[in-house]
Design a protein around this ligand. Structure first.
Ligand SMILES: Cc1cc2nc3c(=O)[nH]c(=O)nc-3n(C[C@H](O)[C@H](O)[C@H](O)COP(=O)(O)OP(=O)(O)OC[C@H]3O[C@@H](n4cnc5c(N)ncnc54)[C@H](O)[C@@H]3O)c2cc1C
Length: 395
């Protein structure tokens, strides 16, 4: 069923937002959409059901330019603008939030900090391989005892001669068990947050998988454990100073999520519209009942408002005028909207809606992680609350 409706997928553009896009942006969006229809949709349900990450997709993501789209071409990136980045995330998440997570972690949380805070040697060593999907990267900020409050992190990095010694643990790290390089945030002896690059195979470093997830099942999540890991000076990010460095990475990723979540929402709405036109009860299609139309009309309205939000964030981002608080509003609103749409679409399709023939349950379960990671729904509310009042209600 998913495959049948996949070929007729056109997305939704009720307010002709396409008119705001350049021909290049539309071409990028359409080519990623075609790749998702061809390479992700046919396999993703099986991957999610079997809790399997399609590793081969990484190389393909590299081939289609989805890894580091806005990183300069001299380092293997796409050199594209930030609306194009958003559109790529949107199309990937229509396939699955796990596939979008792979591309957004690689881009915003691994390539971005290396590009922004790394040395020229680090950029040349890692970025081209990460862009091709030859290397997989991960980002270690969250710890077992510190999620929403990363400033309290306990992972420690200590200078010893010409190297550093890393001790501690990170938790809930996307792709950590298969990563070649981890961007890790740790406190030095003065309590100052630093970033370093931990490479697979370093002595004392392990990355066990976290099992038993009901969400993002087509994405691998794991821990990062450091037991006296020796980090050479050349693996320290020289320009990352303090918590604002990891937070800037999160801003980039959250911006991508405000677009990505629209892809999951559009996939659900598309399937619900198509099925409700086909399925008959009481002698007429479900789509012909007022209650169904109310649901569909309200979802289309909410989706359109969220799309406007994402597009305006994209324009501000391209102009270099976006603020982290504006991104918070986009991430929070759009993920919540997508989650609501996934649940309502599931309901429209009745019992069939709970099966893997439709993408609703997979998207909804995925979005339960998306609403928690990259800053929880509540944390983003507090950021907006602080922005409007000037009062910090976190602590
Ligand atoms: C599948 C998955 C992948 C992830 N990938 C990564 C990754 O690649 N790298 C990484 O570093 N992290 C990753 N994370 C971790 C994610 O960012 C954290 O889960 C998130 O920041 C929340 O932290 P926590 O789970 O410890 O929740 P907690 O911080 O313990 O919060 C629990 C609840 O309390 C609420 N809360 C917390 N503080 C307040 C407050 N001041 N006021 C009101 N409510 C509050 C929260 O909103 C939440 O609802 C991932 C998580 C998941 C689920």
């Amino acid at each position: 069923m998913q495959n049948r409706y996949a070929t007729s997928y056109r997305g939704f553009d009720y307010l002709n937002l396409d008119a705001e896009l350049t021909d290049e942006q539309k071409l990028i969006r359409d080519s990623v959409r075609a790749w998702v229809t061809q390479s992700v949709v046919p396999i993703i349900e099986d991957c999610a059901q079997n809790n399997k990450f399609p590793r081969e997709l990484f190389n393909q993501l590299g081939e289609i330019g989805a890894l580091g789209p806005y990183i300069p071409t001299e380092y293997g990136g796409g050199g594209l603008d930030l609306i194009s980045y958003g559109l790529i995330m949107q199309e990937l998440e229509r396939g699955d939030s796990g596939v979008r997570s792979a591309a957004s972690v690689q881009t915003s949380l691994v390539m971005y900090p290396i590009w922004k805070y790394g040395s020229e040697e680090q950029k040349n060593k890692f970025l081209p391989k990460l862009a091709k999907g030859e290397f997989i990267g991960c980002f270690g900020l969250t710890e077992p005892s510190h999620g929403s409050d990363p400033s309290s992190m306990e992972t420690k990095i200590k200078k010893q001669g010409d190297k550093y010694i890393l001790n501690g643990a990170k938790m809930w790290i996307t792709n950590s068990p298969i990563a070649d390089v981890a961007v890790v945030w740790a406190k030095n002896e003065e309590g100052f947050i630093m970033g370093c690059l931990v490479e697979k195979g370093m002595k004392g470093f392990s990355a066990p998988e976290i099992k038993n997830k009901w969400s993002l099942r087509a994405s691998i999540t794991g821990e990062l454990i450091f037991e006296d890991v020796e980090i050479p000076e050349e693996n320290i990010l020289p320009n990352a100073k303090g918590l604002k460095a990891p937070l800037s990475c999160l801003s980039s990723a959250r911006y991508g999520i405000s677009w990505g979540s629209m892809g999951a929402a559009m996939d659900c709405l598309h399937h619900a519209v198509e099925y409700s036109k086909e399925r008959k009860q009481f002698g007429k299609p479900l789509a012909g009942f007022q209650l169904t139309q109310k649901k569909l009309a309200e979802m289309l309205t909410d989706l359109t408002k969220a799309q406007l939000l994402a597009l305006q964030l994209g324009k501000l981002n391209n102009a270099g005028k976006i603020t982290p608080a504006q991104i918070s509003m986009g991430k929070r609103n759009n993920v919540e909207t997508a989650l609501r749409i996934a649940r309502e679409c599931r309901q429209i399709c009745g019992a069939m809606g709970i099966t893997g023939d439709f993408p609703f349950m997979r998207h909804a379960m995925n979005l339960e992680s998306v609403i928690t990671y990259e800053g929880t729904h509540e944390v983003h509310l507090l950021i907006t609350g602080m922005d409007i009042t000037g009062e910090n209600a976190f602590g």
